[in-house]
Design a protein around this ligand. Structure first.
Ligand code: PLP
Length: 489
């Protein structure tokens, strides 16, 4: 069993050492392309000075960030640990094994695959490995073949067509599902016949009876659970029951809430790992690691997931897998559990504070890390609200609400999340002030009538002085909770 990361405080000043490292790195970058060094410095200044409420973003630790800037990036290592298509991969083997072992320990998974470059890649690996396991393997066995190369062209053509006839059932986009869960603009919607389940029209909560009815009628190969913008927990035991009843593989995309699973805020039926056949994730949202993807699987699916490269991936990113190992080690510490609980507690406080000030929330609240404000009551579209908030230094993103009258581009909602500001040290009091600032900006924003005489969907005006006053109030909160305290470039 792999030991978790040490919980002892380092014997040196981390911030001062990281400052030296970044100053040196930026000087080297500057000598080749100064504009990249400038943009890198500017990004830190921007992140330090804005209220980052994007639910899918966070701030990775200096250890995670520094791990990515190394020569591990320079090595090709297609294949799997110990079975590479390139020579000299022993160090990539080490970091990939560490990332996978830490992930297995962290999530209690039977198998972990750390190669996916992003969340979308993790989902592609999962889809194709399910197809390989459920469609290709039985077919190959029937034809007496060991792998696809043993098939005649004619046999392969027949099998190839069977892949495209499979069905996937996922949460609808306007209920909070993700584009990669079978929607047409994404490859998942082109490779699968897709149907979606929604939420209850009154409560806006996931309706398990509706999911079961859709599954019985549609008989999907894959039942997908997980979301980008649903502010509630899911009962994965119930989802597994539904999947089992119709013979579907249960795939859970925990990209958004992986940090809450890692931090043991979501346990029992709310933890997808004991219930799903395959769990996919990003590593950079609430999990607070490097930008990347991860797949966890039961033993049954392990060998097909392990074929992610060459199934859909090329050379793995050695430097990012190393940073995943560091981030997963961090996530195994008691400090991360405290953080994850604070993320959920803060979301609750934020939701309560918004409601007290009259805001309308999708599902009337939250029990995860995000809140979805329905901004139609302020006469705004999501796009106007997002832009007005940004003018006032509050970074959010617009999002559809269930049955959104404004569609997926303009939308009627604004999604806000607590992972990033919780990393800075914000608690209930700070989030109460954040709620006040948000509601004040929304109330102080007026939509501008379009030339057609109809209310415009994009333009707006802000009450004079409101943006500056909001930025000044935010600055107080941000200064009291600095990002990367002690880090000086
Ligand atoms: N899955 C879910 C649920 C997501 O929210 C996202 C990103 O927002 C992804 C997958 C895709 O992740 P990435 O941007 O790393 O490809």
């Amino acid at each position: 069993m792999l030991a978790p990361a040490t919980t002892d405080a380092p014997s040196f000043d981390v911030a001062a050492t990281a400052s030296e490292a970044y100053r040196a790195a930026l000087a080297v970058i500057e000598s080749v392309e100064p504009r990249v060094a400038d943009a890198t410095r500017a990004e830190l200044a921007d992140q330090r000075s804005s209220l980052k409420l994007i639910a899918s973003e966070n701030y990775a630790s200096p250890a995670v960030l520094l791990t990515m800037g190394t020569w591990l990036s320079d090595k090709y290592a297609e294949g799997t640990v110990g079975h590479r298509f390139y020579a000299g991969c022993q160090n990539i083997d080490t970091v990939e094994s560490l990332a996978a072992e830490h992930a297995r320990e962290l999530f209690g998974a039977e198998y972990a695959y750390a190669q996916p470059h992003s969340g979308i890649d993790a989902n592609l690996v999962a889809f194709w490995s399910i197809l390989a396991h459920r469609v290709e393997s039985p077919e190959l066995a029937e034809l007496g073949a060991k792998n696809v190369n043993d098939l005649t062209d004619e046999q392969w053509e027949t099998l190839r067509h069977k892949f495209g006839n499979q069905r996937a059932l996922g949460m609808s986009l306007d209920s909070g599902g993700h584009l990669t869960h079978g929607f047409r603009p994404n490859i998942s919607g082109k490779m699968f016949a897709q149907r979606s389940y929604g939420t209850d029209p009154t409560t806006q909560l996931l309706d398990y009876d509706q999911v079961a009815a859709a599954a019985r009628e549609f008989k999907p190969l894959i039942l997908i659970a997980g979301y980008s913008a649903y502010p509630r927990r899911i009962d994965f035991a119930k989802m597994r029951e539904i999947a089992d009843e119709v013979g579907a593989t249960l795939m859970v995309d925990m990209a958004h809430f992986a940090g809450l699973v890692a931090g043991k805020v979501f346990t029992g039926n709310e933890d997808p790992v004991p219930h799903a056949h395959i769990v996919t994730s990003t590593t950079h949202k609430s999990l607070r690691g490097p930008r990347g993807g991860l797949v966890l699987a039961t033993e049954e699916y392990a060998s097909s997931v392990d074929r992610g490269c060459p199934l859909v991936l090329g050379g793995p990113l050695g430097h990012v897998m190393a940073a995943k190992a560091v981030a997963f080690a961090e996530a195994r510490t008691p400090a991360f559990r405290t953080y994850a609980q604070a993320v959920a507690d803060n979301a609750q406080s934020l939701a309560d504070s918004l409601k007290q000030r009259g805001a309308k929330l999708v599902t009337d609240g939250t029990d995860n890390h995000l809140v979805l404000i329905d901004v139609t009551g302020y006469g705004l579209t999501g796009r106007q609200a997002e832009s007005a908030l940004l003018d006032a230094g509050i970074v959010t993103n617009r999002n559809a609400v269930p049955n959104d009258p404004n569609g997926a581009w303009y939308t009627s909602g604004v999604r806000i999340g607590t992972p990033a500001l919780t990393t800075r040290g914000f608690g209930a009091d700070e989030f109460d002030t954040v709620a006040d600032l948000i509601v004040t900006v929304l109330k102080g924003t007026t939509p501008v009538t379009a030339s057609s005489g109809q209310p415009g969907k994009a333009k707006y005006t802000l009450t004079d002085g409101l943006a500056a006053a909001t930025k000044a109030a935010s600055a107080e909160l941000l200064d009291a909770n600095p990002l990367y305290p002690g880090l000086q470039l």
